[in-house]
Design a protein around this ligand. Structure first.
Ligand SMILES: [Mg+2]
Length: 499
């Protein structure tokens, strides 16, 4: 009967967009401007809103990544005397994605899932993919990477590092390019030295203030959607919320950006402003005391006994912050783009509510909303269901059909992955599982969104409810959970015309 089914059934490629393959009632139109909830959050209970600065209040254009890459590449050649040939490699947009792991000793960039398995087909040495059987050989016959030993809970280890910063995308690209140069030119090198040197050059771009200078000089080119940040702050203050800022960036840089986005009186919005905070240590160590900066940006020497509106503070630590403000627990909601440096400790140790800024959602929701994706995924799920049942039949013909479906399933998985990024696919999913990034996102953030302006679509007493997704042993009881790619978004129709 299975063989008959196979003969009667058409292959996936004969289905056209809009065919009745997609179940009726499936809703695949997502809105990138929605706020997504991992945990229930009632905004009426939130009195205090905290913000990171870079990639949270200030969004930067892709041009900044190109500038960071070009400058770090120049440092690598001029300061570290790396071969001139590396200069030929221009910045490759969309080569790397956030959340990837890098094996420092083997010089491999890869995507790892929530169970610490490498996703086949996503391992790159330089700019070239490494075949799956070679990956197996390199990792002792398994795709599993024991991250507890190598990478640590926060993704930083001596052997494997996870790149979680949006600023690290040019760093991954420069690593891939330099590896590629050495390999293709058959030059002997140590990937560990390369990793350290690239890391230092990227650090120089930040520490020597290059990035700050470019952004300040060409603020209209680099800072995006400043008027939306202004609108969010306005809305919160109008509703009597208290605001604070904790950033690792220096005051002069933040001041220029905020003045551009919000106006020269931007400090009136904030009850506390902390710069050069040295996160994540700000959240974990109680060593560094707060210092005050005077109006000229010079450091004052007096002991800080209160955090006052209108003043600028430097360094400090969260324990003193909590003692001086009494802003504790779930009445505080803090937004940041770095899951570890901004959010993890607040969520795990201090019980603040957390909001993750994930700019990648804009593209990911766009892809998930396409007919192509919905068709691929629906057929992939259907095929998987058929295979699950067919495996019970042990006849030769059944086995042949099974193998054919297995091949088709593999093709579909690759096609689906390529819709997001041809090298590494979606930042949220591997073929079967959530990614390592995705698991961390759901653990450390109560809510997540493309950018802060998504908040403008909800009023100040709105409750974000996470969808009740069935566990594996539970039956899917609601229509919106039966349909892959579907999302229950409040006011979906109204929201679709916001932008
Ligand atoms: Mg940031």
């Amino acid at each position: 009967q299975w063989v008959d089914f196979k003969k009667r059934s058409c292959s996936f490629s004969s289905f056209l967009p809009g065919s009745d393959l997609i179940p009726p009632g499936a809703c695949k139109s997502l809105n990138a401007a929605a706020v997504y909830a991992n945990n229930e959050v009632n905004l009426a209970e939130v009195d205090i809103y905290g913000f990171d600065y870079d990639y949270t209040l200030a969004l930067y254009s892709d041009a900044l990544n190109t500038m960071i890459y070009n400058t770090a590449r120049r440092f690598l050649i001029e300061h570290f005397k790396y071969p001139e040939g590396i200069r030929k490699y221009d910045y490759i947009q969309n080569f790397a994605t956030r959340g990837l792991h890098y094996d420092i000793q083997k010089g491999l960039l890869m995507k790892i899932d929530a169970f610490h398995y490498i996703e086949p087909g996503t391992v790159y040495r330089g700019l070239s993919p490494v075949p799956d059987d070679e990956v197996l050989q390199l990792y002792g016959g398994t795709f599993h990477v024991p991250l507890q030993q190598d990478s640590g809970f926060y993704g930083k280890g001596p052997k494997v590092k996870q790149f979680m910063d949006i600023f690290s995308i040019p760093e991954m690209t420069l690593l891939a390019v330099a590896n590629d140069f050495f390999i293709t030119n058959d030059i002997d090198y140590d990937p560990v030295h390369l990793f350290k040197d690239v890391s230092v050059t990227i650090g120089m771009v930040h520490l020597k203030g290059y990035m700050y200078k470019w952004v300040i000089l060409h603020i209209y080119n680099f800072i995006l959607r400043g008027e939306e940040t202004d609108a969010v702050l306005h809305q919160l203050v109008t509703h009597g919320k208290k605001l604070f800022l904790i950033t690792n960036s220096p005051f002069s840089f933040v001041d220029k950006g905020m003045t551009h986005m919000v106006g020269k009186n931007w400090r009136d919005f904030f009850d506390v402003v902390i710069v050069q905070a040295d996160k994540p240590h700000f959240f974990t160590d109680c060593i560094k005391p707060f210092r005050r900066l005077d109006d000229n940006g010079a450091l004052r020497w007096e002991k800080i006994t209160s955090l006052d509106k209108g003043q600028i503070y430097k360094q400090g630590n969260l324990f003193d912050f909590l003692r001086l403000t009494h802003w504790r627990g779930s009445k505080v909601l803090y937004f940041g783009d770095h899951l570890y440096s901004d959010l993890a400790d607040l969520m795990l140790r201090h019980g603040w509510r957390t909001g993750a800024i994930v700019p990648e959602l804009e593209n990911e929701t766009k892809v998930v909303s396409t007919d192509k994706y919905a068709l691929n995924l629906t057929w992939l799920q259907a095929l998987t269901g058929l295979m699950e049942r067919l495996q019970m039949h042990r006849g030769t013909e059944s086995k042949e059909v099974f193998q054919e479906w297995q091949r088709e399933r593999e093709e579909l998985r690759v096609m689906t992955k390529n819709l997001f990024n041809p090298h590494f696919g979606s930042i949220f999913r591997t073929c079967h599982n959530p990614t390592y990034f995705s698991r961390r996102l759901s653990r450390f953030s109560d809510i997540y969104m493309t950018n802060l302006s998504s908040l403008l679509n909800y009023d100040q007493s709105y409750t974000f409810y996470p969808r009740r997704t069935p566990l594996q042993h539970e039956a899917p009881l609601w229509m919106d959970q039966l349909c892959t790619g579907c999302m229950k978004t409040p006011f979906l129709e109204d929201m679709s015309i916001i932008r």
